[in-house]
Design a protein around this ligand. Structure first.
Ligand code: TRP
Length: 376
C-alpha cells in the first residue's frame, strides 16, 4: 500500500481516530444498527420534540436502544453512563455528546455515571503525569457541570481518586476477559504496558455500578462517540455472566475540526475551539478555517460554495444552528454564491464567541458546585 493511501485510510479504534470517516462502513464493521425513523419517533413522542442531534443524525448508530426504551416504558429502572479521557482542556467536539446526554437525563429522569479516566490517559500518553491527568479530571468536570446536568442525578468518577467504587466490579470483569481478547479488540501488542491491558475492565465498571449500588438490575444506555464501541463489545460479552444487563449504546459522529477533514482534535489546537479559549482567539481560529468555498470571491459568486466539505457549515449543522429553516437558508446562500466565505466565517465567529461567553460564565459558577457532582 502506498504511503499516501495509508494516510487517508479510515482508522477508528478506541485510542485513535484518523482519516476520512465513512459512518455507514463503521456500522457494518462494528456490527451496530442505524438509528431508524421508528426509534426517532419514539424518542420524539416522549420528549415532545426531536432533539437536534437526533434530527441531524449526529447520533446515527446504536445497540439495543429499542430495548432500553422498552425497559423505560415498562417502568423499570434505567440509567446513563458516559465519560471523558482527561488529557487536556475540553473542546466543542467533547461537549456535543454531553449536551445530548443532558437531554436524555432530563427526558428519562435518569442517573448519570460519568467516568473521568485519569488512569487511562496516564497509561496511554508518555507526556502526561498522573498529577496532570487527575488535574484535568477536576478541570474538565467544570465543563461537564456547565452543560447543566442535575447535581442529584450525576455522579462523576475519577478512576484514580474513586477506585474504591470500581475495583471490586473491575476485578469481576477482568477475570472474565482474556489477554487474547484484549489484544484483538484493542490492537495491543507485547510492548504495551501492563496497565493498559487491565484498564478496559475499569471502563466497563460504570455500566454496572448503578445496579450494584441499588441492588437491582438497571438498564444502562451509553451515549458516546463511536470510537468507544470496542469497550462496549467487550463489556457486553461479560455482562450477563456477571448478572447484569448488557449496556445499550447510542453512537455519535465526530465534530469535524476547523482544518480540512478529520475530527476536532486537541493535538491540533489551531483547528479546535476549546471552551476556555478567549472568544477573540476562537474567532481568529475560525477566520483561518478550511471552507468549501472557491479560491476567489469572483468564482465564489459565480459557482457558489460546497457546504458538504466545509468546516464552518459543519459547526452550524452539528451544534450552533438549531433552527432547520435557518440552516437551509445558510446552505442556499452558500451554494448560490450569495454569501462569501469571509462573511460566513465572521458570522460563525460571532455565534461562537457569544456561545463561549455564556459557557465560560457557567463554567465559572460550576467551581462552587463541583463537590456536589462527585460520586459519594
Ligand atoms: N475512554 C474514553 C476517552 O478516552 C473515556 C471514557 C470512559 C468514556 N468511559 C466512557 C467515553 C464512557 C464515553 C463513554 O475519552
Amino acid at each position: 500500500m502506498g504511503e499516501k493511501k495509508e494516510k487517508e485510510e479510515m482508522v477508528v479504534t478506541a485510542w485513535k481516530v484518523s482519516g476520512e470517516i465513512d459512518y455507514n462502513k463503521l456500522v457494518e464493521q462494528f456490527g451496530t444498527k442505524h438509528v431508524t425513523q421508528d426509534i426517532l419517533d419514539r424518542m420524539e413522542k416522549k420528549a415532545g420534540f426531536l432533539h437536534t442531534q437526533l434530527r441531524r443524525r449526529v447520533f446515527f448508530s446504536h445497540r439495543d436502544i429499542d430495548w432500553w426504551l422498552d425497559t423505560y416504558d415498562r417502568g423499570e429502572p434505567v440509567g446513563l453512563y458516559t465519560g471523558r479521557g482527561p488529557s487536556g482542556p475540553v473542546h466543542l467536539g467533547h461537549l456535543l455528546p454531553w449536551f445530548f446526554t443532558k437531554h436524555l437525563q432530563d427526558v428519562y429522569d435518569a442517573d448519570l455515571y460519568f467516568q473521568m479516566t485519569d488512569d487511562e490517559k496516564f497509561l496511554l500518553h508518555d507526556h502526561l503525569t498522573l498529577d496532570e491527568t487527575i488535574g484535568y479530571t477536576y478541570d474538565n468536570a467544570l465543563d461537564l457541570i456547565a452543560v447543566g446536568l442535575d447535581a442529584e442525578k450525576t455522579h462523576i468518577i475519577s478512576d484514580t481518586d474513586n477506585i474504591d467504587h470500581l475495583y471490586r466490579i473491575g476485578l469481576e470483569v477482568a477475570k472474565k476477559v482474556t489477554y487474547s481478547t484484549i489484544k484483538a479488540v484493542f490492537g495491543l501488542n507485547d510492548s504495551d504496558n501492563i496497565g493498559i491491558i487491565f484498564y478496559p475492565a475499569i471502563q466497563a465498571v460504570p455500566c454496572f455500578i448503578q445496579s450494584a449500588r441499588e441492588g437491582r438490575k438497571v438498564a444502562v444506555l451509553i451515549p458516546a462517540a463511536i470510537d468507544q464501541d470496542p469497550y462496549w463489545r467487550m463489556t457486553r460479552d461479560v455482562a450477563e455472566r456477571l448478572g447484569y444487563y448488557k449496556p445499550a449504546q447510542m453512537h455519535a459522529k465526530f465534530l469535524p475540526g476547523l482544518g480540512k477533514g478529520g475530527k476536532m482534535s486537541a493535538s491540533q489546537p489551531e483547528t479546535a475551539i476549546f471552551t476556555i479559549d478567549p472568544p477573540e482567539l476562537a474567532e481568529e481560529k475560525i477566520m483561518g478555517a478550511f471552507t468549501g468555498g472557491q479560491p476567489t470571491v469572483r468564482e465564489q459568486r459565480e459557482k457558489g460554495g460546497n457546504p458538504e466539505v466545509c468546516s464552518i457549515y459543519a459547526y452550524y449543522f452539528f451544534l450552533l444552528e438549531e433552527d432547520d429553516a435557518k440552516l437551509v437558508e445558510l446552505e442556499n446562500e452558500c451554494r448560490s454564491g450569495a454569501m462569501v466565505c469571509g462573511d460566513c466565517k465572521a458570522r460563525l465567529g460571532k455565534v461562537v464567541s457569544s456561545f463561549l461567553v455564556d459557557f465560560q460564565r457557567k463554567r465559572e459558577k460550576a467551581k462552587d458546585r463541583l463537590e456536589e457532582y462527585l460520586i459519594k
